[in-house]
Design a protein. Structure first.
Length: 258
């Protein structure tokens, strides 16, 4: 993997954070929607990002991924300025409402195959590439659906297909923005089981999730956001802290939201 993905830009020393934000501020207008954000995510961590609606979670994620550029401060991915990072390689991003509407009526295997494109250039996929594709399908439990069109999949199955595409691309960092919105309860449980497996395999996971229970059950570290960071630390400490009440205003609002 290293030999395929190494470019002169990549800084692959072990202590290089997967994600690094240093004193980041950003606003769509003159008013910042996130500010004073400094944090680092180490390779292999499983982070949950929580906060009320409109607290800047999606914005923070886009800043992390270099899809937005900070007005102030800096954002780095694997040691590289985030906006310069080739996200086609080491990163899988599953956006909110990963919908079928924009997808071509192609099969699951063809979607997953796309994950290999950064590795094969304009060439054909080799037998080894196809083996990676099949392994990715197997990891997410979608082998039986490989020839199904993505437009025919349920929300949960589609999520898996997108994760498999990222795995086929040898992604080291998976970023999810409210991945289980519109996904049935059984598939949600299976989805979180899959994330646990991927995390155990050493993949870095960043999860924006409105379901606080899912975050506190699965993530090992919580970032609680409301324009500024209200908490950043181990999940157990978060559960015992008053960060939620501070970020959400009142705890009743949180319970009501559920
Ligand atoms: P969250 O993901 O926590 O719900 P967002 O990052 O989506 O929060 O939004 C933070 C704030 O920025 C909100 O006030 C939202 O209305 C605003 N916002 C988000 N996207 C845009 C945009 N493209 N243009 C202008 N304002 C935006």
């Amino acid at each position: 993997m290293e030999e395929l993905r190494m470019t002169p830009h990549h800084d692959n020393t072990a202590d290089t954070p997967a994600i690094e934000l240093a004193d980041v501020a950003f606003g769509y207008t003159a008013t910042p929607v996130v500010e004073d954000i400094s944090l680092a995510v180490s390779p292999g961590e499983y982070i949950g990002v929580v906060g009320p609606n409109g607290s800047g979670k999606s914005t923070l994620m886009k800043l992390m991924l270099g899809l937005l550029r900070p007005d102030r401060g800096r954002a780095r991915l694997f040691g590289v300025p985030a906006h310069q990072f080739d996200t086609g390689s080491r990163i899988g991003y599953v956006a909110q409402h990963a919908s079928a509407s924009k997808e071509m009526p192609i099969t699951v295997r063809e979607v997953v195959k796309m994950g290999r494109f950064p590795h094969v250039g304009f060439g054909q996929l080799s037998a080894d590439d196809w083996a990676v594709v099949d392994e990715a399908l197997d990891t997410v439990g979608m082998s039986a659906f490989a020839d199904r069109r993505v437009t025919e999949l349920s929300g949960g199955q589609r999520q898996r297909a997108f994760i498999a595409r990222a795995l086929a691309g040898e992604a080291e960092l998976l970023v999810f923005d409210e991945p289980t919105v519109g996904v049935d309860i059984e598939s949600v449980a299976a989805f979180y089981d899959l994330l646990d497996v991927l995390h155990d395999d050493g993949i870095t996971v960043v999860l924006i999730e409105h379901d606080l229970g899912a975050v506190t059950e699965h993530a090992e570290r919580v970032i609680c956001l409301n324009r500024e960071l209200h908490f950043d630390g181990p999940t157990a400490e978060f559960v015992d802290s008053d960060a939620l009440a501070r970020a959400f205003g009142t705890t009743t609002a949180v319970l009501g939201d559920d």
